[in-house]
Design a protein around this ligand. Structure first.
Ligand code: TRP
Ligand code: SF4
Length: 323
């Protein structure tokens, strides 16, 4: 039996951080052993919000590609590519735009919420409204069985199925219905205790140097009640402790006890966290050092992806009687 097919994409909006890794990418990495995987960098999607500076996407695409390889996505196992290198996505998107009722895209919750969130930029564009229609094309052009995503993306997967169903009803059965593989997003805190996010400027990037990492750990806010080491601590209000919960999990009870009894100082506590983070990031750093040919990897990925995408696109056109 053929392996089930998995597909997912990530927007190249900047360097990837620990939140991206624990939230989604760790999961992608696991999936590549069991499924036929397609992972791509969604530069066309990024264009819906970065249309005012598309040149910058060259460097962010490269950074994200390097991050993906560094965390252990393996081009021998998975097809890794850049969305715009496979123009069939855009053509299927155009076809889908003909059959997608306006009301369907207008009610997608991310539409209004993103416009609210991203102030100071005009997102009242045709392309931005069509964001999830392009996503439907990304998914259906590979007839993907599973799409690993976070919760915020579920309405897009639902819309993908609706568009696929509508196509099938009009022109004949072509697209299978993809299922979401919901990734539980652990709440990864940023260095300021809020959710880790590029836009909050509180992220630990996968590519941070040892110096940057050290600086960021030293900046973390600890329990303000601990002015001197003999003050008893409250780990539940401390960002360093939140990180220990993720990266020093087996020792977490001990750390909490020692903090509460003032048997552990914040300086040594941070040093311990730094060691844990260094250890966690070490294999990523090592792999990053060995990456050479990002362009070639993306090119080879696009070639494999296009073979399938062009096949599906012809099937779609044939079903419609377009040629
Ligand atoms: N919209 C997704 C996000 O912001 C990225 C994406 C684009 C995607 N196309 C996709 C995810 C197709 C899964 C499948 O995270
Ligand atoms: Fe936070 Fe550790 Fe200091 Fe306790 S000892 S307040 S957990 S840094």
């Amino acid at each position: 039996m053929r392996k089930k097919r998995v597909l997912s994409g990530i927007q190249p909006t900047g360097k990837l951080h620990l939140g991206n890794l624990l939230g989604a990418l760790e999961n992608w990495k696991k999936l590549q052993d069991e499924y036929e995987c397609f992972f791509f960098i969604a530069d066309l999607h990024a264009l819906t919000t970065f249309y005012d500076n598309p040149k910058e996407l060259h460097s962010t695409v490269k950074e994200v590609a390097a991050d993906l390889l560094a965390i252990g996505l393996d081009p021998e196992k998975s097809v890794i590519f850049k969305q715009s290198d496979v123009p069939e996505h855009s053509e299927l998107h155009l076809i889908f735009s003909m059959i997608t009722p306006l009301s369907w895209v207008e009610r997608v919750p991310t539409y209004k919420s993103k416009i609210e969130e991203i102030k100071g930029k005009d997102l009242g564009t045709y392309g931005f409204l069509g964001y999830p229609v392009l996503q439907a094309a990304d998914i259906l052009i590979y007839k993907a069985d599973y799409v690993p995503v976070g919760e915020d993306q579920l309405p897009h997967i639902e819309l993908t199925r609706e568009i696929g169903r509508r196509f099938n009803n009009f022109y004949g059965e072509l697209f299978p219905m993809p299922k979401d593989l919901l990734t539980k997003t652990p709440n990864v805190p940023g260095t300021d205790g809020r959710k880790m996010s590029k836009s909050y400027n509180n992220a630990i990037n996968l590519s941070d140097s040892s110096e940057e990492l050290k600086k960021k750990v030293n900046m973390m806010i600890t329990d303000p009640a601990r002015v001197v080491k003999t003050d008893k601590g409250h780990p539940e209000v401390c960002t360093v402790f939140d990180f220990h919960e993720i990266f020093t999990a087996p020792k977490i009870k001990q750390i909490a006890e020692e903090c509460k009894k003032a048997e552990r100082g914040c300086v040594e506590c941070k040093k311990e966290l730094l060691r844990q983070l260094e250890e966690y990031l070490a294999p990523i750093k090592e792999r990053r050092g060995k990456i050479k040919n990002i362009d070639e990897i993306l090119e080879a990925g696009a070639k494999k992806a296009r073979a399938i995408a062009s096949q599906t696109l012809s099937e779609a056109k044939k079903a419609m009687g377009l040629f």
